[in-house]
Design a protein around this ligand. Structure first.
Ligand code: F6P
Length: 341
């Protein structure tokens, strides 16, 4: 078969491990693999190259994606969907492997359901870990590692200076990164988008710690978290091709408010894109490899419009449609976070 592959949306550290697995397992199965460049822009522009063992040699530990990425939505640009269909046909594509988050996978689901369907399968990839139906998406673990290391480092300086340190992490409308890194990094408050938070309660916690002799506090806030009575803080109102605004600024807002209300020296730090860069964790490389192999297996079995997933340690697959809603945080994990803060 001639199998196309693309990586779309926000990148993360283990995408190349998935690309490598698709190519190596694909070639092993006697298929040709064509790598489309820069997400859905690749099929729209007919921009692709045939992938060989040489193209994936040495990419396993490298962050980012050798195919490039973009937030292009072929169904939102005039004439783009037709160009995409034409180019995929001209390239002789029998099936696509689409690696990305809900936006990329949403397009994959759409092309499977066109009047003339383009068969496609998905691999979940996003640091946000907000894709339903899979316990983990490629990239999440590595982002949690970066954020946890940052919290460890910030602890020592916060302690020396007796300061409050507010650390903003990514995750869009989901609090998975904040919760996992916050728990692993011993944060004193973890604030997530799924539950409005009360600033006075955060301050009370800081004060209670001071009464116990702890003169510093670390607060982890997800970029999408909302204080009671307020909406998410955004960089600006502009939306991308999938209708998302750029979140960011809640950390600074919170730090200013805490300092104003308590008089305690407070600093903020936005970890931003650091969470998406650098080397992937071994676990991420491992599941990315499992997912790449499983994606080719799905195609060989003719099981399209599905996403590979990992559930309770088992690699499986689910209908793409089921993956497209935001995966809720686990209430147990949320409540556990409260015990430690
Ligand atoms: O979806 C991944 C993500 O990193 C989100 O956590 C974040 O809100 C967004 O992408 C940032 O996007 P960009 O790289 O376009 O600034």
């Amino acid at each position: 078969m001639r199998i196309g592959m693309l990586t779309g949306g926000g990148d993360s550290s283990a995408i190349n491990a998935a690309i490598r697995a698709v190519v190596r397992r694909g070639l092993e199965g006697g298929h040709q693999i064509l790598g489309f460049k820069n997400g859905w822009a690749g099929p729209i522009n007919g921009d692709y190259e045939e992938m060989t063992l040489h193209s994936v040699s040495g990419i396993l530990p490298k962050g980012g994606t050798v195919l490039g990425t973009s937030r292009t939505n072929p169904f939102k640009i005039d004439g783009a969907a037709d160009k995409m269909k034409e180019n995929l046909k001209r390239a002789g594509i029998d099936a696509m492997v689409c690696i990305g988050g809900d936006d990329t996978l949403g397009v994959a689901h759409k092309i499977n359901n066109l009047p003339e369907p383009i068969p496609a399968v998905g691999i979940p990839q996003t640091i946000d870990n907000d894709i339903n139906g899979t316990d983990f998406a490629v990239g999440f673990q590595s982002a949690v590692e970066v954020a946890t290391e940052a919290l460890d480092r910030l602890h020592t300086t916060a302690e020396s200076h007796h300061r409050i340190m507010v650390v903003e992490v990514m995750g869009r409308d989901a609090g998975h990164v904040a919760l996992y890194a916050g728990i692993a990094g011993g944060a004193d408050s973890i604030l997530v988008p799924e539950h409005h938070f009360n600033i006075d309660e955060v301050i009370d916690r800081i004060k209670r710690r001071r009464q116990r002799g702890k003169t510093f506090s670390i607060i982890v806030v997800a970029e999408g978290a909302k204080p009671e009575g307020r909406e998410q803080v955004v960089v600006n109102e502009k939306t991308d091709a999938f209708g998302h605004v750029r979140l960011g600024g809640i950390g600074e807002f919170l730090a200013d408010t805490i300092e104003e209300k308590t008089g305690l020296e407070t600093r903020f730090m936005n970890l931003g894109h650091l969470q998406r860069g650098g080397q992937a964790s071994p676990f991420d490389r491992f599941i990315a490899t499992e997912f790449g192999v499983a994606a080719i297996e799905l195609i060989e079995k003719g099981e399209f419009d599905r996403m590979v997933a990992i559930r309770c340690g088992e690699v499986t697959s689910i209908p793409l449609e089921e993956a497209l809603t935001v995966r809720p945080i686990d209430d147990r994990v949320f409540n556990m976070a409260k015990i430690f803060s």
